[in-house]
Design a protein around this ligand. Structure first.
Ligand SMILES: [Ca+2]
Ligand SMILES: [Ca+2]
Length: 226
C-alpha cells in the first residue's frame, strides 16, 4: 500500500530528568503518519483474543493493548510467528471490566498497509473491523534510554486537526510502557514516565512514536468507552 506522508508541524520530546529541567530534544514538522487506535471495554470474567489478520502485501503490524486511561501496558505482540507478521494477544479474564486502548502501528516506515482487527471473547463470535495503519514518526532513544520523569508531548499545528497520539516502547517492539491520546492541551498527547509505574525506557527498542489517530479520509475513528 502506498505510504501516506501527511506532514504537519509537530514538536515533541522534552526531558525533565532532574529538578533542573533540560530539553531533551525537539523534532519539528515530523511526518506523523497514522497509528490506529480503538478504545473498547473488556467485560469481566471472560478472556479475549485480540488480533490483526488479512494484512495487505508488505504490511507488518505491531499490536499494543494499553489500559485506559493510564496508558500502561496490558499486552502486546509483534509477530504471530516468524513467517506470520500479523499480531495476536490473549488477555486472561478479570473479575472486573477493563477499558483498554487497542493500538496498531506498522513495524517500520515501509510496512504500513491495510488489515483487519479481530476482537473475540472466549466462547463468543469475533467482531471484526477493517483499518489501515502506518508507523507514525519514530524517534530512537536506544542510545541514551529515557529515565523516570521524562516527559513526551506532541504539539499540534494551530488550527489543524491531526489529533496526535504518543506511544513509548522499551526492550521489545511490542512492549509499550506508555500511551496517550489527549492528556495534553486540547487533543495533544502527553506522557510522563514515572517510577511508581515502573516506566523505565531501556534497550534497543527504547523508542517514541507519534502518530495521527484520526483517519485522513472517511469517518473518524469509532471510539467507544462504556
Ligand atoms: Ca508484526
Ligand atoms: Ca490526541
Amino acid at each position: 500500500m502506498m505510504r501516506r506522508m501527511s506532514l504537519f508541524p509537530l514538536i515533541s520530546v522534552l526531558a525533565y530528568t532532574t529538578a533542573l529541567a533540560t530539553t531533551g530534544g525537539r523534532d519539528s514538522n515530523v511526518p506523523a503518519t497514522r497509528i490506529y487506535t480503538y478504545a473498547t471495554t473488556l467485560l469481566p470474567n471472560v478472556g479475549y483474543t485480540i488480533r490483526t489478520f488479512g494484512l495487505s502485501t508488505g504490511a507488518d503490524t505491531v499490536l499494543h493493548v494499553q489500559s485506559y486511561p493510564s496508558g500502561l501496558y496490558l499486552a502486546g505482540n509483534d509477530d504471530v510467528s516468524g513467517l506470520d507478521l500479523s499480531s495476536s494477544v490473549y488477555i486472561s479474564s478479570s473479575s472486573s471490566s477493563r477499558q483498554v486502548w487497542i493500538v496498531v502501528r506498522a513495524y517500520s516506515a515501509g510496512s504500513g498497509g491495510a488489515a483487519t482487527l479481530g476482537i473475540k471473547p472466549d466462547g463468543q463470535s469475533e467482531s471484526i473491523q477493517a483499518f489501515y495503519f502506518e508507523s507514525g514518526y519514530e524517534r530512537d532513544l536506544s542510545a541514551t534510554g529515557a529515565p523516570y520523569q521524562t516527559e513526551f508531548m506532541g504539539v499540534e499545528q494551530q488550527g489543524g486537526t491531526p489529533d496526535a497520539v504518543i506511544l513509548v516502547t522499551s526492550d521489545d517492539p511490542a512492549h509499550a510502557i506508555a500511551f496517550d491520546d489527549d492528556d495534553g492541551i486540547d487533543t495533544m498527547p502527553w506522557v510522563r514516565l514515572t517510577q511508581a509505574n515502573g516506566q523505565v525506557c531501556t534497550g534497543a527498542f527504547c523508542r517514541v512514536y507519534i502518530g495521527r489517530r484520526t483517519q485522513t479520509t472517511g469517518a473518524p475513528d469509532q471510539i467507544t468507552l462504556v
